[in-house]
Design a protein around this ligand. Structure first.
Ligand SMILES: [Zn+2]
Length: 246
């Protein structure tokens, strides 16, 4: 293998390590943002719960006022009952009182139902609050895991970056551009080894995408230190050991 391809392989090794560190950190960061999103969802649920509780409470208050007003009216009727002058008057006041009493009982029953609902909402709210507290704890833990990992790999990461810079400084811009294109297409895996799918066969494949590599390309790779890209995936091809041509 020529010097250029050796250099590119060196660069790829460094680049892959960098990608590995970046992916590892990114997955830890995703864990943080995932938990944060869940906290936000819990906040939204709490908000809905709070609004529903308030609405039910308002209705409870309204109906309680109505019950109080009816009780006041009952008291007036009772007084009127005591001062009724005729049997007919007495009977009509009594009838009105009975109707009112039945209506009031219905409202009171409704108030009780609504109060039960308010209690249910409050219990649900408390449950969401507890879930949120757990999630916040997990956000804290995940954040710490992420930050610890970042701090731990920083020296290695910085060293790899300066190593990559050394390769970048040594390489021709055109070669580098080809490497970068292939690298960004294949998550840092810019190079692929040419492999023989069958030991005795004369066929060669790209180790990256398994598509056939022509003999012409193989010959060129064996004799010249020049970039050859896989016609299918665009990875820069190299041959590890010179195949014994017979
Ligand atoms: Zn390929």
């Amino acid at each position: 293998m020529g010097e250029l391809l050796e250099e590119l392989r060196g660069l790829q090794a460094v680049a892959l390590k960098l990608v590995g560190i970046e992916q590892n950190l990114a997955s830890k960061q995703r864990r943080v943002t995932g938990r944060q999103r869940q906290v936000k969802q819990a906040d939204e649920k709490l908000d809905q719960n709070k609004r529903a509780t308030q609405q039910y409470q308002i209705r409870v208050d309204q109906l309680s006022l109505e019950v109080a007003a009816r009780e006041e009216s009952q008291a007036k009727h009772r007084q009127a009952l005591n001062t009724a002058k005729t049997n007919k008057e007495y009977a009509s006041i009594l009838a009105a009182m009975n109707t009112e009493k039945a209506d009031t009982a219905k409202i009171e029953a409704a108030v009780l139902e609504l109060m039960k609902e308010v209690d249910n909402f409050k219990a649900a709210g408390a449950k969401i609050e507890a879930e949120k507290a757990t999630l916040l704890e997990e956000v804290g833990k995940a954040t710490k895991t992420f930050e610890d990992a970042r701090a731990k790999c920083k020296p290695e990461y910085d060293e790899l970056q300066s190593l990559r810079q050394e390769f970048v400084d040594r390489l021709e811009p055109a070669s580098l551009a080809m490497f970068d294109r292939a690298s960004s297409r294949h998550e840092g895996e810019a190079l692929a080894e040419v492999v023989k799918p069958r030991a005795k066969g004369s066929e060669y494949n790209c180790g990256g995408c398994n598509m056939t590599v022509t003999l012409e390309v193989v010959n060129s790779l064996q004799t010249r230190d020049k970039i050859q890209q896989c016609g299918s995936c665009g990875r820069i091809l190299y041959i590890q050991s010179v195949a014994t041509a017979k």
